[in-house]
Design a protein around this ligand. Sequence first.
Ligand code: NQM
Length: 360
Amino acid sequence: MTVDDDGVRCMLMRGGTSKGAYFLAGDLPEDPADRDDLLLRLLGSPDPRQIDGIGGAHLLTSKVAVVSRSADPSADLDYVFLQVAVDEPVVSARQNCGNLLAGVGPFAVERGLVEPGDGHTDVRIRLVNTGGTATASFPTPNGRVDYRGGTAISGVPGTAAAVLLGFADTAGSATGRLLPTGNQRDMIDGVEVTCVDNGMPVVVAAARDFGITGYESHEELAADAGLRERVQSLRIRAGKLMGLGDVAGESVPKTTLVAPPRDGGALCTRTFIPVRPHTAIGVLGAVSVVTAALLPDGVAGRHARLPDGDRFDIEHPTGHLEVEVELDLSADPPVALRAANVRTARKLFDGTVYPRERNP
Ligand code: NQM
């Protein structure tokens, strides 16, 4: 019998403001090409509605986490993130996802990969895609994951148990450098930008330089085809400068357009992943945008109202995301020290998922 007949063991989880299918590495084919072919058929890609699979027809809900015990003594778990494109037959391992990361620890406890702690569990997670490590801390009363709690995050209705995430070694995740172009500011397509990679490669520019206010709704941005083209042109040129090669069909770099805060935060953001507007902002995306805003010669700082201390409230289309970011700005180039964020996660469904047929 094959996975086509028997299906694959899978847990569907919300991780932060994203949703994805979580698998044990051992339940998927080892060969990446076979694995990706299977994932496309499980999620229902390519198809704008992913009608014949479990994907949610949006990049934020067409995601996969592959989890295993880590052979690295400094980590408990290995986490591979895979972005499954919606309307193209593409699976990309080129980026991290700090949102799905929130579900990795709970999933590992559910599957018996790590022993739950007494009351709460701390796990160290290797970010296999990019290097770097994360820690996750979440409640496990009586040895079981408790998803219920009083923590609210913007973009998710209601409240749930907090998952505390800490990050180290995130600089240069995809590009090898915190400042991948070697500069705090570059000129691309006649627009000043700051390119940063602190967990996620991001091109940051002022919203007003793109002819928008930066306060538009997600729907308004999604309807603006001209804006989408300008974002694509910018990120293709930026990708080359950042050493990422031809990024036309890649999920990175992301683009974030910034404006002064207007709801008590540090900075207002509109993010594109890579050209579709994000309904919020990614976790590591926000860490990179804050990093850009902290650079004395960067573009974003001019629009920011930066707080004292290392806790930053980032405004986005559906609310706020708080991240802690610490940099050593006395070093040249600056050095990323640590980052942290609070997320929530929830087990939605646990069972067996069946791939659609491999049609010619
Ligand atoms: O930046 C979206 C998300 C993400 C990624 C994206 C993320 C992160 O919101 O850490 O979480 O940028 O594709 O899930």
